[in-house]
Design a protein around this ligand. Structure first.
Ligand SMILES: C[S@@+](CC[C@H](N)C(=O)[O-])C[C@H]1O[C@@H](n2cnc3c(N)ncnc32)[C@H](O)[C@@H]1O
Length: 224
């Protein structure tokens, strides 16, 4: 039995967020916009969003491909960690309603005229089924520094295999929902899909990986 695992309450999360070098106060309205939908719980936690941003800052990531926009909270947070004129983030979402909300959030951000090196204004939100889209544009996306996988869990292993076959050396792959809200040990289609992806990562000689236990837990993968 694990005895040293501290549950993160909302107050403890606030405490941890306050320790970090930056905050996400400027995009609080994006997080809040998810509550207009039945599934606000789909988005990453505030602490995980900051972890993604700080990961990007620490690793000098300049380009991010996200699978699964929802209303854009993780995309906005990651974009806040990017810097430089040539930085970019492309975020793919299959659901039109979620995609429209992400665009609306982006327009709202533009309207504030807030400074963020121009990246949030330039996030490219695309409404599409991600896997066929990525395979069609492999030449373009294989040049990206990082992929954040947070969309169709049942197909995660396809994306992992695409990453193994096409990503450049040194590229980052962050895979969300490794615990799938605690149901990873069951045999539902999402749990099966996530476990298949973990096995694909583990069995590849071209990848190194470790687990980051934030939010629903992420697998951090790097191509050698
Ligand atoms: C967990 S949510 C993403 C949350 C978002 N990354 C965040 O933290 O703010 C997963 C999203 O993936 C989308 N999705 C599911 N299957 C997809 C597919 N085949 N292509 C693109 N998006 C997909 C869902 O509609 C949903 O909005």
């Amino acid at each position: 039995m694990t005895i040293n695992q501290t549950p993160i309450t909302d107050q403890l999360e606030e405490f941890l967020i306050a320790i970090g070098p930056t905050n996400n106060d400027h995009i609080g309205y994006v997080f809040a916009s998810a509550f207009a939908f039945d599934e606000p719980f789909q988005q990453v936690s505030k602490l995980q969003a900051l972890t993604l941003k700080h990961y990007i800052l620490a690793n000098n990531v300049k380009s991010v491909l996200e699978v699964g926009t929802f209303v854009g909270f993780s995309a906005f947070s990651m974009a806040s960690g990017l810097s430089g004129n040539r930085s970019k983030i492309t975020s793919l979402e299959v659901n039109e309603g979620f995609h429209k909300q992400a665009l609306q959030n982006q327009n709202e951000y533009r309207a504030t005229g807030a400074e963020c090196d121009g990246i949030i204004e330039r996030i490219n939100f695309i409404c599409t089924d991600a896997y066929p889209h990525i395979t069609e544009k492999t030449d373009e996306y294989s040049k990206y520094d990082m992929v954040f996988l947070d969309g169709d869990k049942e197909n995660y292993s396809l994306y992992v295999q695409w990453f193994i076959d096409n990503a450049k050396s040194g590229a980052h792959l962050l895979i969300d929902n490794i615990l799938f809200k605690g149901s990873i040990l069951g045999d539902g289609k999402y749990a099966k899909g996530i476990k298949r992806a973990i096995e694909t990562v583990k069995s590849s000689q071209q990848l190194v990986h470790y687990v980051v236990p934030v939010g629903d837990c992420m697998l951090v993968v790097r191509k050698k």
